[in-house]
Ligand binder design. Structure first.
Ligand code: KIV
Ligand code: NA
Length: 277
């Protein structure tokens, strides 16, 4: 399978081909999604919520991202592999941002990093890009700022905040970002940003007018017992499948029907006779 690069994504935008991106956090998922034809795999810091069980992405560290990126990069063969720079790993200084991006690429095996924020991140983006780190930007709802925003709410509803999101997108493109995630913004705004930019937009809760879409794997596959955001579409219901299988297992173990002869190894008769006489 042909490798997807940042250049592939730019060409896809030019030719009007939509980009399919999905989060992945481990080897088997990365392998399955890669073989299924995903263009981009994201080791999202959403793993703090869907894998680690936290309420927000704030507790996720660079070590966690490196650990998961490493598993994903061993499973994926073809998709562009992007990993989030987690909360507070790129703000203290340009040097800190650079060192953490380097860890995620060198130890984690990612091809690119993603970071949250608008024009205030432009200097960081261009610093990383100048060093050969491809950067995907992320604006609209930026979950690492959940405590500053006061919750996970739709962004860009007023004229002023919609204008700010459009200007942020232009500033990030000018800074050298190769793509921008638009999260939880009105569809018309996302379509307008998409039209004004020459780099691809990837939407989540941003309507159909983006150049691509991204979903969180566990929400997409219904592999969760918790809250699922409104923008998510469940393409499968893994929770039911897993629980059904687990209930059957408990039943078969407790009533003695598992293991069956097919899962059992026996001594040959001579050995058994000698042993048990
Ligand atoms: O962490 C994540 O999964 C993300 C996507 C929702 C874009 O940032
Ligand atoms: Na994220």
């Amino acid at each position: 399978r042909k490798k997807v690069t940042v250049r592939t994504l730019l060409n896809m935008k030019k030719s009007g081909e939509r980009i399919a991106m999905m989060t992945a956090y481990d080897f088997p998922t990365a392998k399955l999604l890669s073989d299924a034809g995903l263009h981009v795999l994201l080791i999202g810091d959403s793993l703090g919520m869907v894998v680690q069980g936290h309420d927000t992405t704030v507790p996720v560290t660079v070590d966690h991202m490196v650990y998961h990126a490493n598993m994903v990069s061993r499973g994926a063969d073809g998709p562009l592999i992007v990993a989030d720079l987690p909360f507070m790993s790129y703000h203290a200084s340009l040097e800190v941002a650079m060192r953490n991006a380097a860890r995620i690429m060198q130890e984690g095996g990612a091809h690119a990093v993603k970071l949250e924020g608008g024009r205030e991140m432009a200097a960081t983006v261009s610093h990383l890009v100048d060093a050969g780190v491809p950067v995907m930007a992320h604006i609209g709802l930026t979950p690492q700022s959940v405590h500053a925003l006061g919750g996970f709410a739709l962004q860009g509803k007023t004229l002023a905040s919609a204008q700010r999101i459009l200007d942020d997108a232009l500033a990030l493109e000018a800074a050298g970002a190769f793509a921008i995630v638009l999260e939880a913004v009105p569809a018309q705004l996302a379509a307008l940003v998409t039209q004004r930019l020459s780099i691809p937009t990837i939407g989540i809760g941003a309507g159909p007018g983006c150049d691509g879409q991204v979903l969180v794997f566990h929400d997409f596959i219904g592999y969760t017992s918790g809250y699922i955001p409104k923008h998510n579409k469940r393409f499968a219901d893994l929770a039911d499948t897993i629980q059904g299988a687990a209930k059957a297992y408990v039943e078969e173990v407790t009533n003695g029907t598992f293991p069956e002869e097919a899962q059992t190894v026996r001594l040959d008769d001579d050995a058994w006779d000698a042993l048990s006489l």
